[in-house]
Design a protein around this ligand. Structure first.
Ligand SMILES: C[S@@+](CC[C@H](N)C(=O)[O-])C[C@H]1O[C@@H](n2cnc3c(N)ncnc32)[C@H](O)[C@@H]1O
Length: 197
């Protein structure tokens, strides 16, 4: 798996501070993760893509027996690996679009507010195909991401912002080989659940 030296995918300081803040931890706990819980059982061996500072990882790892978190930014992956050493989380430094992870392994894959941090829609499509490869048949891919609205755009000055249009996602997931996709839009974000057939 390739190392993480791509400046283009680093977040601006304000964004990074927010993603490590008690405010974001609270929103994840009261809003985002309960929404993800309604997608169904994640099973016994779960993948998280783009954990960043790891507030999502902290909540996810309470819900599943085993979690593998793949983070492309070395300055985030290494401290997270150190912080979660000896727990049920394995932090992998690398690009999730070309992971060397075993095919058909994971019972579920997740990603939270990371798709819009990928440099192009082609990278996002490559990620969808790679996630499908590493999921078991019947495994689910659950994620949330931000809508393309001013409030979110304003938070991404000098940052990567390639929003996913939820209206195109079902088609894109189908092209990546997913059998069923459901998409729900709420406030400033959307949630998707796609199943590998
Ligand atoms: C906005 S942060 C979200 C962090 C966390 N999921 C949360 O919601 O608090 C997006 C993260 O995705 C990571 N990322 C972007 N592209 C990636 C890729 N191709 N593979 C793995 N991680 C990636 C970024 O480095 C960043 O840490």
């Amino acid at each position: 798996m390739r190392g993480a030296d791509r400046e283009a995918e680093h977040m601006n300081e304000g964004h990074l501070t927010f993603l490590a803040s008690p405010d974001w931890a609270r929103m994840l706990e009261t809003d985002v993760l309960p929404w993800v819980d309604t997608a169904g059982d994640l099973g016994d061996d779960v993948l998280e893509i783009g954990p960043g500072p790891g507030l999502t990882t902290d909540l996810l790892r309470q819900r599943v027996p085993r979690l593998t978190a793949v983070e492309v930014d070395e300055s985030l992956a290494i401290p997270l690996r150190e912080r979660l050493a000896g727990t049920n989380v394995d932090v992998v430094l690398g690009d999730a679009t070309e992971s060397a992870l075993e095919g058909d392994r994971f019972s579920a894959a997740t990603c939270f507010t990371m798709l819009h941090h990928m440099p192009t829609p082609e990278h996002q499509d490559r990620l969808f195909a790679e996630v499908r490869r590493v999921l078991r048949p019947g495994g689910i891919f659950v994620g949330t991401d931000s809508l393309d609205i001013d409030m979110i755009r304003d938070g991404h000055v000098d940052d990567v912002f390639v929003p996913v249009d939820p209206n195109t996602l079902e088609r894109r997931m189908r092209s990546a080989g997913f059998a069923e996709t459901t998409i729900d839009v709420r406030d400033w974000q959307f949630r998707f659940v796609a199943r590998k057939g």
